[in-house]
Design a protein. Structure first.
Length: 165
């Protein structure tokens, strides 16, 4: 619900979070954009953060190497029986068959590319370069156009999902 990189999330400082205003300051030394910024958070994010009981300086403390967080995320998905196909020609490992944190970031961009202005999407995702944001917007538009252009057989035209195939 933020579009942030995982490192930005675990670096979020309690002193920078204003739950009443629904904002957080991201710090230049903790984000890829290398700039401080006040970011508005969705109310769902704020309500979730209100329920996280921590007492340290960070909101979502992770006292181990960031790589271990990726391993834990994979373990959770494996327990949920997520098993994605890997089409790469290489020696497979457990991370080939589960989602990565960047997949969530990419989904955020894709799902919101047509709902937000390019400037808002760039600010929320903390992209330093506008061209990075534009790549996500272009991909979302290409997919929308591709789906809209798909051939639909005459026999399926006018049918609803419940009554059709």
């Amino acid at each position: 619900m933020t579009g942030w990189q995982i490192g930005d999330m675990i670096a979020m400082r309690r002193e920078d979070l204003d739950m009443d205003a629904g904002t957080v300051i991201t710090r230049w030394d903790d984000n890829k954009g290398k700039r401080d910024a006040l970011v508005k958070l969705h109310p769902v994010v704020v309500e979730h953060l209100r329920r996280v009981p921590t007492f340290g300086p960070t909101v979502l403390p992770w006292n181990r190497h960031e790589r271990t967080l990726y391993d834990e995320f994979a373990r959770i998905q494996e327990k949920a029986e997520v098993h994605l196909p890997c089409r790469e020609q290489h020696e497979h490992n457990r991370h080939c068959h589960v989602y990565a944190f960047h997949d969530l970031r990419r989904a955020f961009a894709t799902m919101n590319a047509d709902k937000l202005s390019a400037d808002a999407l760039q600010a929320l995702m903390r992209h330093k370069s506008y061209s990075t944001t534009q790549k996500y917007i272009n991909m979302a538009r290409q997919m929308d156009q591709a789906v809209a252009s798909l051939h639909v057989p005459d026999v399926l035209k006018g049918k609803t999902a419940a009554g059709g195939v």
